[in-house]
Design a protein around this ligand. Structure first.
Ligand SMILES: Cc1cc2nc3c(=O)[nH]c(=O)nc-3n(C[C@H](O)[C@H](O)[C@H](O)COP(=O)(O)OP(=O)(O)OC[C@H]3O[C@@H](n4cnc5c(N)ncnc54)[C@H](O)[C@@H]3O)c2cc1C
Length: 363
């Protein structure tokens, strides 16, 4: 009748079961009996919790159930469910009824449409938690008084925001958060340009979005954890106590480098699939654009930039060298050696690009 019966179990399904909505529609990857082995044999199905009648009202319960919830380090408000499809609880004939989305055995390609969006959204989770942690830490540092500070002219003990080491923490939080935000926005900008661009211009922006997606996901979510941890530090002992909320941010931030493809997998994607884009030239075009920012900073003669142009030059020269080194390893068939450097490389390109973006903001 055009439907399929789905059997199996899947752990780690976010909001696999809840009662916020009348119905839940699951997108399920499953294998048909005669499917080819591996990822070429995966199809995508739509599996509703309740069937929908012709008049739009809800009908019978489908054979898909949540069998348990995980106990987690963080994101306690988000139910992480184990789902069981087709164990015969419902109706005479067991099997969760599903409808095929797209073509048979093309499910992975469909899923990547969602995955790319999800990666950007999870990257924004990193930015958001970092921003929240920064705002919270700044507010606390203005309120909490401890010790004396030469920069504080008021009476009594100084608000801790006047201590240089606290300022260092706050400025690090602010800079990392702004870099993560600027990379995410650059990626979104590239996606928009790719959507409206035609021919070579469209292709260039498509490659740019592809290059920046692993940065937007991995760097931003690493920053979420790092900045949330610094936020705990700025709160001192109160950071370790639940009532300030700093600890909850730290725990909640920790999932983002893991789900929607671990950050290690993002780094592998960057080095193995994104560095070769455009015959290996796209990334060098990008680095040239960043170098142009460094040059614009140098010639601007804006005093507040200090040694920014020199620092950017050095970072971009390192990036250039590391990029060519990894590309050579790949060309020489030394993929394992290249993969061993993938995560530090993702950090390097993100910091170098982010430094240029921040400088551009000051021009
Ligand atoms: C709270 C939570 C919610 C989730 N929600 C969903 C959801 O809604 N839907 C869903 O489908 N999934 C969901 N997941 C699953 C999540 O996407 C995976 O846990 C995540 O992608 C990592 O996969 P894994 O757990 O199998 O880790 P593994 O693949 O076992 O990875 C373990 C370690 O090995 C590394 N590694 C693995 N393979 C390689 C490789 N080839 N090369 C180098 N390093 C490698 C990883 O980077 C990682 O450090 C959720 C998970 C959690 C914890």
């Amino acid at each position: 009748d055009g439907t399929y019966r789905i059997f199996g179990q899947k752990i780690f399904i976010t909001y696999g079961e809840h009662d916020f909505t009348d119905n839940i529609v699951h997108l399920v990857l499953a294998r048909l009996p005669d499917a080819p082995a591996g990822t070429r044999g995966i199809s995508l199905f739509l599996v509703p919790k309740f069937f929908v009648n012709d008049d739009g009202s809800l009908g019978a319960r489908n054979d898909v159930f949540c069998s348990g919830l995980e106990h987690k380090l963080g994101i306690h408000a988000s139910p992480t469910c184990t789902m069981i499809y087709g164990d015969g609880f419902q109706g005479a004939q067991p099997g969760a009824v599903g409808w095929l989305i797209g073509e048979e055995n093309k499910g992975l390609a469909c899923m990547f449409t969602m995955m790319n969006n999800a990666r950007l959204a999870v990257g924004m989770q990193g930015v958001a938690v970092a921003e929240t942690a920064t705002q919270k830490a700044i507010a606390y540092a203005n309120e909490r008084r401890q010790g004396k500070a030469s920069a504080y002219a008021g009476s009594g003990m100084a608000p801790i925001v006047h201590h240089p080491d606290v300022q260092r923490n706050l400025l690090t939080m602010k800079a990392l958060t702004q870099i993560a935000r600027s990379i995410s926005y650059s990626c979104a900008h590239a996606l928009d340009r790719a959507r409206v661009g035609e021919g070579a211009a469209g292709a260039k922006w498509h490659d740019r979005a592809s290059l920046l997606t692993p940065l937007a996901k991995a760097f931003s979510t690493d920053v979420g954890v790092e900045v949330a941890s610094l936020g705990v530090q700025v709160h001192g002992g109160m950071g370790f106590i639940e009532e300030t909320g700093a600890a909850a941010l730290y725990r909640d931030a920790r999932i983002a480098p893991i789900y929607e493809g671990t950050n290690g997998i993002q780094a592998i994607d960057l080095v193995s699939r994104k560095l070769p884009l455009g015959g290996g030239e796209h990334v060098h075009g990008y680095i040239s654009e960043l170098k142009a920012v460094a040059e614009a900073v140098r010639t601007s003669n804006i005093e507040g930039f200090g040694r920014t142009a020199d620092n950017l030059d050095r970072a971009l020269a390192d990036l250039d060298e590391a990029t060519r080194f990894l590309q050579k390893l790949l060309a020489d068939g030394k993929a394992d050696a290249a993969m061993a450097g993938a995560t530090p490389y993702l950090r390097l390109i993100s910091l170098a690009a982010g430094g240029a973006y921040l400088a551009q903001g000051g021009l």
